[in-house]
Design a protein around this ligand. Sequence first.
Ligand SMILES: Cc1cc2nc3c(=O)[nH]c(=O)nc-3n(C[C@H](O)[C@H](O)[C@H](O)COP(=O)(O)OP(=O)(O)OC[C@H]3O[C@@H](n4cnc5c(N)ncnc54)[C@H](O)[C@@H]3O)c2cc1C
Length: 417
Amino acid sequence: MDFEDTPEEAAFRAECNKWLSDNAEPRSEEGDQTAELFEERDEEAFIKEAQAWQAKKADAGWACIRWPEEYGGRSATPIQQVIWNQEVGKFHAPEGVFTIGQGMGGPTVITHGTPEQKEKWLRPLLRGEEIWCQLFSEPAAGSDAAGITTRALRDGDEFIVNGQKVWTSGAHYSKWGMLTTRTDPDAPKHKGMTYFIVDMESEGITVRPLKQMTGGANFNEVFFEDVRIPAWNVIGDINDGWRIAMTTLMNERVAIGSGSGGSGGMRALFDLARNSTATGTRGSEDPEVRQELMKLQTLANIMKYTSFRTLTSISQGKVPGPEGSIGKLILVKSMAASADLAERLSGAGGMCAGSDAPEHGRWVQLLLSYPGMKIAGGTDEILKNIIGERVLGLPREPRVDKDVPFKEIPGGTLASA
Ligand SMILES: Cc1cc2nc3c(=O)[nH]c(=O)nc-3n(C[C@H](O)[C@H](O)[C@H](O)COP(=O)(O)OP(=O)(O)OC[C@H]3O[C@@H](n4cnc5c(N)ncnc54)[C@H](O)[C@@H]3O)c2cc1C
């Protein structure tokens, strides 16, 4: 494990920091993005601000830096992307709404798209003019992303799509969606899928928001009723959609965060313990609270050093190992324990949400949002399977439906077309 930048990395970091200092406002408390995340915001205004920021970066050559130069990026190495992420985290930079399109969609089109598809989609995506969403999960296909039943039937130069997707983050403000469909139900499940880029304004698409217990509605149900998609929009070959979807999913894991180990959250928790008397004594003097705080600080340190391990292998040009799964498991465990402790320390005020609540209601938001984190980007159980199989060398899970025609698998009934 190497904690220091190489001379080249340090020079790149200085270059990023110089441009950011000239073009964005620094955060008041370095590394602590948690509080801002939980502030109430006007979504439309936020998107406009994010698009303006994206265009500014694109003009200066700082948008999608991992993309090849010919598509507007700067062919940055993975470690340069990590350095940029770390530096941008120190400034007010509205980035989130483009993560799915730029981090997952763009690389998929760059890898598998035709020259004409690249011409059409990449530049507006890079400049933030068009937002993308990911239409993979269905009511009965989440962890098993190949178990989808949304049907696409060929009709001349078009496909007619029927079915339903769910948990689609940002579908309500996206222009394009990455869509997985079933085109050959006679083939085994991984071999009969086709991958499209669908115009979210197409006739027959209905987007319905799903209200979350946090009060927000970031994701949606998306219904397809006889939606016509040009065959031109297929990425890769027909029935080869699983291979293309794997590129999208692999890039989901490469979208690496700042690696700050949650230090901002810990700082806020220590402050809360210092100021609270809700447990009957000052939190920072309560032996049980002190023990909990130390357990959480230990978890934060484990996350930090595990992420350094990943960064070191990226810096050395290696593919990061399964430690990302360990990091995410610990992150969620620590979010749950932090929320529990913060609620105990906050007393009745800890139940209030909204901008006029104590600390903008950040702790109740954490309490209500961490269950979603246990699921998004791989559930705890799926991550444990990965660790069991790839770290501990345990036998692989049995995959009894691997070579069976999809239509013969229980649940393999397709949406009618
Ligand atoms: C915040 C958030 C944002 C999301 N955004 C998107 C998005 O933009 N686009 C999109 O397509 N999807 C999105 N999803 C959906 C997400 O990918 C799925 O929820 C996830 O893959 C789990 O699928 P599922 O909900 O169908 O649960 P299931 O896969 O049905 O799992 C149910 C339970 O069974 C367990 N389980 C399943 N398989 C196994 C196994 N093999 N071994 C052991 N246990 C297992 C799971 O761990 C879980 O506890 C989002 C989800 C969340 C929470």
